[in-house]
Design a protein around this ligand. Structure first.
Ligand code: NAD
Ligand code: UD1
Length: 362
């Protein structure tokens, strides 16, 4: 049996897909989630898909006592930390809620990890930390800046992780900066299930396709892009999930005693410090940009549904183009995205048409 991993936010969209990938890679997992933006049905379906019950604890990352009980009951190799709030507009209206949940919650988690000497973490960061990028594709050295509280909360956690790594070289902290996760599990059993009217493009398109929403508004057609609409780096959620497995494998390799001995033997300068990862930011994207109109056309082709749309004004805070340099993920983690836009649309459509009301099956 491989190492045991705590997955905070594991009932959510990306977390649920990652639980499957972790299980398939042989990891033992414990999911910790307060279900503020997810459903117990997701956990049930993941259990069915992996043909095994999931160890699930309903709890909040801001609740240190509850976390301590979990860390007392289990011996974790590390934590994959998805738990957080993610709606940009809501963060502007309720900044304290976002800082409290995303920043204070992460500090509490890190304090408990430290107390239990669990120092390996994979954190869900976002391409939003790059703000309006000066150069494309965006690499990890690009300047960071954010204009909304959601983005600020991700950036604040990155700074905290950097400081922590500097303070104590036993911490191994990977920040995965996701570009635009879309798609669903190929079974059609789990996928993205927005609470309200979707803010993001792909779930909006799929709800128009299934007839829940009348038409899509395209926010701007005068950007300096291939067709005037925004360009993003859409990445299939199952590829993203594999990126987390690759990050854990990397942490295991870097922190294994054999690795330290090997390094010490082969490199004179290498001391026990060689096993420390420190703070390592890595983009998870495909490296390819797709415009809003290109995505609509691909979705329409695979689903056979028309997607009526109208052009409207630009959305405040939007940028023209955003796509990753995926080189570091390949060179350091040996990971790269495999699935094309057609699979992203096909799998989203399967999930949406099999579950027009998401997990709300009553
Ligand atoms: P999600 O909302 O589906 O999942 C987040 C999960 O965290 C939910 O199940 C929610 O109930 C849980 N949660 C929230 N606050 C919690 C708390 N205080 N204690 C315990 N559980 C809590 O979101 P997702 O799309 O799966 O995103 C996962 C992570 O990735 C988030 O941190 C998000 O900010 C980040 N991210 C997401 C995207 C995206 O487009 N989906 C892009 C970049 C980064
Ligand atoms: C948004 C967030 C970002 C977050 C990311 C993933 C904003 C300003 N940014 O990014 O912080 O990390 O989601 O959760 O909210 N579009 C339409 N019509 C729609 C929806 C979107 O035309 O109804 C366009 C947008 O203008 C953009 C593209 O589609 O050009 C992608 O939008 P979206 O899916 O919201 O992702 P981001 O804007 O990249």
């Amino acid at each position: 049996m491989k190492n045991k991993i705590l997955v905070t936010g594991g009932a959510g969209y990306i977390g649920s897909h990652t639980c499957i990938a972790l299980h398939e890679a042989g990891y033992d997992i414990v999911v910790y989630d307060n279900l503020s933006n997810s459903s117990p049905e997701a956990i049930k379906r993941v259990s069915t898909l992996i043909d095994q019950p999931i160890e699930f604890i309903e709890g909040d990352i801001r609740d240190a006592e509850s976390l301590k009980q979990v860390f007392t009951a289990h011996h974790f190799f590390g934590v994959i930390h998805f738990a957080g709030l993610k709606a940009v507009g809501e963060s502007v209206a309720k900044p304290l809620m976002y800082y409290n949940n995303n920043v204070s919650g992460t500090i509490t988690l890190l304090e408990v990890m430290s107390e239990y000497d669990v120092k390996n973490l994979v954190f869900s960061s976002s391409a939003t930390v790059y703000g309006d990028p000066e150069n494309l594709p965006i690499n990890e050295e690009s300047p960071r800046s954010c204009t909304n509280p959601y983005g600020q909360s991700k950036l604040a956690v990155e700074h905290i992780l950097e400081d922590l790594a500097k303070s104590d070289d036993r911490w191994n902290l990977i920040a995965l900066r996701y570009f635009n996760p879309v798609g669903a599990h190929p079974s059609g059993q789990i996928g993205e299930d927005p609470n309200d009217i979707p803010n993001n493009l792909m779930p909006y398109i799929s709800q128009v396709a299934v007839g829940k929403l009348k038409q899509l508004s395209i926010f701007g057609n005068d950007y300096p892009t291939v067709d005037g609409t925004g360009v993003r780096d859409f990445i299939h959620v199952t590829d993203l999930a594999q990126g987390h497995v690759a990050a854990l494998n990397y942490l295991e390799q870097q922190t294994s005693p054999e690795k330290s001995c090997l390094d010490t033997a082969s490199t004179k300068q290498t001391s026990s410090k060689s096993s420390s990862v420190g703070f390592l930011p890595i983009n998870l994207g495909t490296g390819k940009g797709t415009s809003v109109l290109e995505l609509i056309s691909a979705f329409s082709d695979v689903s056979g549904q028309a997607i009526p749309y109208q052009f409207t004004a630009r959305r405040a805070g939007d940028i023209a183009s955003c796509y990753a340099s995926a080189n570091k993920a390949k060179s350091s983690l040996g990971w790269q995205a495999k699935l094309p836009i057609t699979d992203m649309c096909q799998d989203t459509w399967r999930w949406q048409s099999m579950n027009p009301n998401g997990y709300n099956i009553s």
